[in-house]
Ligand binder design. Structure first.
Ligand code: DHB
Length: 493
């Protein structure tokens, strides 16, 4: 450790100083308690100060997870620049590590050594080399228990933790380089959903009593921008969205574990839906058009995006259009798409695609209902448990068809508090205005309709939304760091 003196930086404002005055000492970052590190990616390295395992709430219930790792380029203490940024202007990259709505430790600048991403460089190290300040929050998750065996990480714990971490950063803005008005959240899958929720629900009063009880810093928790890979969001509508896409695809390749998490190595087992499961799919699919139509989504050209009772219409064409653009991108990059018989290619252009054949090519991975399992056995059922009840339903559909021992349902307010869609355009929340959303064309962990609805609702608010479906990309994130960072630099300017 050494002595950190911040000179010539204007990180604080009088407003945040007023808020800071009321905060407990436990929430003040000691600027001298850092570790010097040299972090490297691909032969390039940068000296940083690392504040590791810093508690971001005054009354943590779990000191392993309610902590944050903060990394700052050493240059920012020497009046120097990294890339285009300096101590005053550097945006703050805020990646969570959540997968499967499980507990997640804060991220580190070390290369990934385990799971499907083993061998990949650390996203955090790569961001530091670009000049971002990096603050990676830990968060509680659905399986966490205290010493008495009570669950401590059920919904809404993870989003509360991310919000508390944002408030902590703002509270300590005067002792940290970086622009706390340029916080850019990032996450994948469940972490992508939380990243989107953090961006949508800024300062919403829904969370306030919980945050106060945790000893979170007072102040704002809205953020500047969101990066979300394959967000597993909109859970209460995700079952119908899933069967809208996969109804009629009865053969599946399911994952051999009940805990779905992109961080885990996945083993597939093939099977066929039972007549009972096909019936459930047939009952869920017709619920989707009414939901989509209730959103009044529009294309940028002003066309209404809707579905008829059989699930066809302009919204379906809109979803299909993203797959088509993705294919065109491949063609333009010189790739041979000859093997995709469902693409109609003429004269170097992808003219159309057989959407049903494309969906069969992607394949079904989840059994209906994909999220609110009738026996309440899914990870999402587990997310909506309580301190004493491990699993609960969160849709009327599955409560009515419940096969578990007890048909307990999460409160509507709680389900709302986990869904980014519920806060977009809401008067009570401050939405981030810049979004980058990615969902691979063959990522079957949630319906392609889910990220399309999210991106379109945000576009319809007039926000800057960069949304694409990377070609033949499965369930993963952070696979295009150069483009991600280029987007972050561009929006932060
Ligand atoms: C994740 C994947 C899922 O299929 C799901 O239902 C929830 C979370 C994940 O990878 O985080």
């Amino acid at each position: 450790a050494g002595t950190a003196v911040l000179m010539g930086t204007a990180c604080s404002s009088t407003k945040s100083d007023a808020v800071a005055a009321t905060a407990p000492d436990a929430l003040r970052l000691d600027p001298t308690r850092f570790e010097k590190q040299t972090v490297s990616v691909d032969g390039q390295s940068i000296a940083v100060r690392a504040y590791l395992g810093v508690p971001y709430v005054a009354k943590p219930v779990d000191t392993a997870y309610q902590v944050i790792n903060i990394y700052v380029p050493e240059a920012y203490y020497q009046n120097a620049k990294v890339g285009d940024f300096d101590a005053r202007t550097a945006p703050v990259f805020f990646p969570n590590q959540v997968g499967g709505y499980m507990p997640a430790k804060p991220g580190t600048a070390q290369a990934v050594t385990q799971g499907p991403s083993a061998g990949k460089p650390s996203t955090i190290a790569a961001a530091l080399l670009k000049g971002f300040v990096v603050a990676s929050p830990g968060a509680r998750g659905r399986t966490l228990k205290d010493a008495d065996g009570a669950f401590t990480g059920k919904a809404p714990a993870a989003i509360l933790d991310l919000k508390a971490a944002v408030r902590y950063l703002r509270l300590n803005a005067s002792v940290l380089p970086g622009d706390m008005e340029k916080i850019i959240s990032n996450g994948t899958s469940a972490g992508g959903a939380l990243s989107a929720l953090l961006g949508a629900s800024g300062n919403s009063p829904d969370y306030e009593t919980y945050l106060q009880a945790m000893g979170a810093a007072p102040g704002r928790d809205d953020i500047f921008a969101v990066s979300a890979y394959c967000p597993i969001t909109n859970l209460e509508h995700a079952d119908a969205a899933h069967e809208w896409l996969f109804n009629g695809v009865n053969d599946y390749r399911a994952i051999q574990v009940s805990m779905l998490d992109f961080n885990m190595v996945r083993k597939e087992v093939a099977g066929t839906l039972t007549p009972e499961q096909i019936k459930v799919s047939n009952e869920l699919k017709p619920l989707f058009p009414a939901y989509v139509n209730s959103l009044n989504l529009k294309s940028p050209q002003g066309q209404n995006l809707t579905l008829d009772a059989s699930g066809n219409g302009s919204f379906k064409d809109w979803v299909s259009g993203y797959v088509l653009s993705s294919a065109q991108g491949q063609l333009d990059a010189g790739k041979d798409l000859g093997k995709y018989s469902w693409l109609n290619i003429q004269g170097g252009k992808v003219r159309s695609l057989d959407f049903d054949a494309f969906v069969r090519y992607a394949g079904r991975m989840k059994l209906p209902p994909a999220f609110d399992a009738l026996d309440a056995s899914s990870g999402e059922n587990n997310l909506f448990g309580t301190a004493s009840t491990n699993n609960r339903h969160f849709t009327d559909f599955s409560v009515q068809r419940n096969t578990a021992n007890a048909a307990v349902r999460a409160e509507d307010k709680l389900v709302k508090m986990m869904n980014a869609m519920q806060y977009i355009g809401s008067r009570d929340a401050r939405n981030a205005k810049r979004w980058r959303i990615r969902h691979g064309t063959i990522d079957r962990d949630t319906s392609l309709a889910i990220p399309v609805i999210l991106a379109t609702a945000l576009q319809n608010q007039g926000y800057a939304v960069d949304f694409a479906m990377p070609w033949d990309q499965g369930h993963a994130g952070d696979y295009d760091l150069e483009q991600l960072f280029a987007w972050m630099i561009q929006v932060a300017k």
